[in-house]
Design a protein around this ligand. Sequence first.
Ligand SMILES: *Cc1c(COP(=O)(O)O)cnc(C)c1O
Length: 397
Amino acid sequence: MNKMTYIETAESELLHTYNRFPLVLDHGDGVYLYDTDGKKYLDFAAGIAVQALGYSNSEYKEALKAQIDKLMHTSNLYYNVPAISAAKRLLKVSGMDRVFFTNSGTEAIEGAIKAAKKYAYTREKEAGHEIIAMEHSFHGRSLGALAVTGNAHYREPFGPLMPGVKFAEFNNLESVKALITDKTCAILFETIQGEGGIYPATKEFMKGVRELCDKHDILLILDEIQCGMGRTGEMFAWQEYGVKPDIMTSAKALGCGVPIGAFLMTEKVAEKSLTPGDHGTTYGGNPFVCAAADKVLEIMERENVTAHVKEVAVYLEERLNACVEKFDFLTERRGVGLMQGLVCEKPVLPIVKAALEKGLIIITAGSNVIRMVPPLIIEKEHVDEMIAILEEVLSVQ
Ligand SMILES: *Cc1c(COP(=O)(O)O)cnc(C)c1O
């Protein structure tokens, strides 16, 4: 089939919930993707921060093939070895004490919310607790995650959503303080807001919220689904801040392509939180997806991916800063490590489309930010290649 036939067929079959770019992707290798016509693309999106190890990593593929031959699924009525191994590695790199594996990011958020509510319920023997989330946040599309997502457009059609959620202004400690009541059980935010436009939490905000949480026995939940797994040069972005969350979420790059997420907590929370009967999933943490996460974590640790990210990110930032200098309509570079945004005074969608034409995959965050979340294995030469195409595209805007 040719590309247009694929696209027309897809549009007649699949529910129209995405305005997809006209690309039919076929295979990938390293930091490059190839479409069904054989056209090559340099990928600075990584399937939205998922393909941290790039494409077609042979060690990863071998581990998955071996697990397919052994065992795919068991249900959570029994134990399985890959889940035990993946959990051990994840707890080690996160410094958390307990983990629950989910199938996606949004389910990790659902679990984190339930864990926080149960913790408060255990303490007070009554329900009805509140959560403080942030404006312009993104936590997923299921109804609980939607309820804490600070984007009215996403939420509007689906109300009434879970009650008891209040939205503060991100990085404004006073606005958080003003919303705290004796019913508040958790404060939730992304360490670096992703969809909202690549806004890192400030150190003052992070420390301030942690202090508020300690003072009022409120749980701090950090969403590390996009910014975690080595992307910032730390395994988890919060590790740079000198504070620790009580609950955190992971997904996206955790499986590098297989659907797995997780919510993790400290022992202090676990002791008073979810117990048998409170939460569950059929697929979650099955041997296949856990073999993937286990291998991803093994490779990241052995190859010291965070050190590589730190190094290449300095160069990426330098080159992006130069772009901001060069083009008047670029006002700012924002981000940490290999999670970067270019703030643009023009609409960014035409820029992203023009880049695709020229063989560069970049994405948007909000309506005016160009987002780059490349595979963590990129080298300086890939940064140069990206900048060359980007400048070519920006020159004709
Ligand atoms: C992608 C994302 C989610 C949702 O993850 P899904 O796997 O799409 O459900 C939640 N939070 C953040 C910060 C994300 O980037």
